[in-house]
Design a protein around this ligand. Structure first.
Ligand SMILES: Cc1cc2nc3c(=O)[nH]c(=O)nc-3n(C[C@H](O)[C@H](O)[C@H](O)COP(=O)(O)OP(=O)(O)OC[C@H]3O[C@@H](n4cnc5c(N)ncnc54)[C@H](O)[C@@H]3O)c2cc1C
Length: 387
């Protein structure tokens, strides 16, 4: 395995690696083939408290920084697993932590930290509006001490493996707000209560073994006490959580990138064609070397984002750039890996095609590469808004 030096997180890496080693390739391959949820793996991560890394100790978590949390995600992907099954548990709670009342934090966070409750879902995307989030049409209307929700969401992940979901809904019509980012609010939805009583969940079969769904809300009632923070400021609260999410996903892509490079380097060193290892050909070496350089460069930006975030300094640009670079680098590494495995790259038993599918997602979700370019153009370079 490629060594990264110096590594101040080696002990943490070793501990996560030891747990991941109990879930070898065959485990992840079988879960993928069965289109199942890696329940035993996620349980083990929960019991070891890794998913509670960023919950402060006073609420029962480990109180670690984004840097440490990102190492956990990286190691899961580097081991051959897919953090997509459980990364929501690590970062969704950040919205509660930053914007929830003290009573809400005391109510939810200890149970999320222990794993008794899973808060793995966040419902933002809608079929009719896509990336243009401020146009969402799902509404929540106040009726006394309850909110009544109507509308539709799409691509909402891990709903079937969550007890709670954070929901973004419009609480003041778009026509009545001065800024389009105002008038949306976020709510905690108790999925155990909601499904079948105003919420219908329709799974979306997709390219990756990623549990994701269409949601239909028809007069779903939510108690007023489930509103997080101030009414009307929900969009801002969601944006506040994105830096952690983007950086953690960058770390996952970096884990994938190293996984692909480790695998392909070993393979091309052993595979003999024309009487010599295929890795002796520069046509084979160069794309692998190039993707290694790109993964290493993306990693530097990931650490920069982590350092700023953990110092409570602005890190929007770095978090977005880390996600952009890492998703691109892991995809290039995936391409080199599948290419130089030849036909075997397509065989399930080599795991390359599975990881190839998994890492492709990150060019599109949770934010597409184009939207990151647009963010940098507008917010870093000061170019005119295009939308
Ligand atoms: C497996 C999976 C899991 C997901 N999980 C969740 C989840 O848990 N919760 C949730 O809320 N959402 C989730 N999503 C949704 C995801 O965040 C969106 O798919 C993504 O943000 C893109 O939105 P869209 O699909 O509506 O694409 P669109 O908005 O229709 O855009 C399509 C493409 O057009 C391009 N594009 C769009 N607008 C512009 C522009 N202005 N400039 C340049 N290019 C542009 C981009 O390349 C983009 O990829 C998930 C998606 C997938 C596939």
């Amino acid at each position: 395995m490629i060594k990264q030096t110096p590594d101040p997180y080696q002990d943490l890496r070793d501990a996560v690696r030891a747990l991941c080693a109990e879930f070898p390739d065959e485990y992840h391959r079988r879960v993928d083939a069965d289109k199942a949820y890696p329940e035993a793996f996620v349980d083990a991560l929960t019991k070891a408290s890794w998913l509670a890394a960023m919950i402060p100790a006073e609420y029962g978590g480990s109180g670690l920084g984004l840097a440490e949390a990102s190492v956990v995600m990286e190691e899961i992907n580097r081991s051959g697993g897919n953090s997509g099954a459980c990364h929501g548990q690590m970062y969704n709670m950040g919205t509660l932590l930053r914007h929830g009342s003290e009573a809400q934090k005391r109510f939810y966070l200890p149970k999320i930290a222990s794993g008794e409750w899973r808060l793995q879902s966040m419902g933002v995307t809608e079929p009719g509006t896509g990336t243009d989030t401020t146009k969402i049409r799902t509404t929540a209307v106040r009726r006394g001490d309850r909110w009544v929700v109507n509308g539709q969401k799409v691509w909402i992940s891990r709903v079937q493996h969550s007890d709670w979901m954070i929901l973004l809904a419009r609480t003041t019509p778009l026509a009545e707000v001065t800024k389009k980012s105002e008038g949306m609010s976020i709510f905690m939805v108790d999925l155990r209560e909601a499904v079948g009583r105003g919420l219908t969940v329709r799974p979306i079969p997709n390219m990756v073994n990623h549990e994701t769904n269409e949601l239909f809300f028809e007069n779903l009632e939510i108690p007023h006490e489930n509103l997080i923070g101030e009414e009307g400021r929900g969009f801002k609260y969601i944006l506040d959580g994105l830096n952690a999410e983007r950086t953690l996903i960058a770390a996952e892509c970096i884990g994938d990138g190293y996984w692909f490079i480790d695998r392909v380097t070993k393979y091309v060193g052993e595979r003999i064609v024309f009487g010599r290892p295929i890795g002796q050909n520069q046509g084979v070496q160069f794309p692998i070397a190039e993707s290694y350089i790109e993964v290493e460069a993306a990693n530097l930006m990931r650490w920069q984002a982590c350092t700023l975030f953990d110092r409570h300094e602005p890190c929007g640009a770095q978090a977005n750039m880390a996600k952009y670079l890492a998703a691109k680098a892991s995809w290039e590494a995936a391409n080199a890996c599948i290419q130089f495995h030849g036909g075997f790259g397509f065989a399930h038993e080599y795991d390359v095609e599975r990881k190839f599918r998994e890492t492709r997602l990150y060019q599109v979700a949770p934010i597409s590469t184009n939207l990151i370019l647009s963010y940098v153009a507008e917010h870093v370079l000061g170019l005119p808004r295009s939308f």
